[in-house]
Design a protein around this ligand. Sequence first.
Ligand code: NAD
Length: 342
Amino acid sequence: MDEIRFAVLGTGGIGRRTLEVSTYRDGLTPVAACDRHGVAIDHDGLDVDELLAATEGNIASDGGVTRVKETGEQKGVAASTQADQTATPIDDIIAESDAVDAVLIALPNFEHEFIPKVADRFVEADYSGVLVDVLKRSRVIGMLDERADAFAECGLTFVCGAGATPGLLTGAAALAAQSFVEVEAVDIWWGVGLKSGYEDNRGTVREDIAHLPDYDLETVREMGDGEIEAVIDAHDGVLEFHDMEHADDVLLERAGICEAADVTVGGVLDVTSDEKPTTTTVRVTGTTFDGERGTNTVELDDDTSMAANVNGPALGYLKSAVRRHRAGEYGVFGPAELLPRF
Ligand SMILES: NC(=O)c1ccc[n+]([C@@H]2O[C@H](COP(=O)([O-])OP(=O)(O)OC[C@H]3O[C@@H](n4cnc5c(N)ncnc54)[C@H](O)[C@@H]3O)[C@@H](O)[C@H]2O)c1
């Protein structure tokens, strides 16, 4: 496979690690990266080490965040010698997108329409390439599906929900389901330990809090950092979630594996320790062709971090998407559709 030149939109907790993980993968050259204040573009390949060093402890987050950790004079990616400050970071990358094979979207998702609207801007620019997102919310998949024809017309291959959950765990469920002729339940239970906590993973932690009873995306978007930290403190740094709106459900349904209503997602986030508070498991219960009822369980090792489980799969799905794109397959794909089909 030819070298893949890719861009990262959003160099926060996830996007920075996307760049780092890509240095361990063959055939991936990062050529552009941006956050809300700056953009770095080098068609010969970005110097990832320099960019990571410049943004260490210096992530330009948003979502109601006013206090940004800064070590250099510039906020976020603009602190890199390879970057420039800009008011139009995404448009700056779109302007160069003829020379970009794939774009990984690691932007926050506080507004459901934000990522679909970013995709619209690529369509308006007639971008023929790959877009991959790691978004979580089920309802956004439908918004992307509505755009499938527009994507197909401009030759765009979009892979949605390609992080850990949804993403890796959706794919694991799709594989585990192959033993059955009928799937009755998929239960996803995740554990994440993030000692760097809210400071370095603002988008992820804030979006997760929206799943707690009494909160939603609208309320967490308006909350100040102090209020978010107060919620975390009120739970002693350990937050447990049930019945989360994670797109694993609609992504398994659109792959024909089970009904969305048969999928449950929950988990535990511990921001006081890097140890996982609980083991991440996917349990798929169904009936085999010869009448046995059983549960196939996939388990992640407790030592694999969230950053590893989001970014490894995201880049893996990105590579699969580039193959699809080069074979002339355009439109919207979920992680379960890039695996054995039901
Ligand atoms: N699927 C999964 O398993 C999974 C797991 C973790 C996180 N995520 C998702 O990853 C996303 C990123 O999370 P994070 O913790 O890295 O967030 P973050 O807040 O740390 O980083 C977000 C980045 O996006 C940039 N940004 C925001 N608005 C922008 C704009 N208009 N233009 C350009 N850049 C902009 C910010 O400057 C920042 O660099 C979230 O949507 C989260 O839900 C998915």
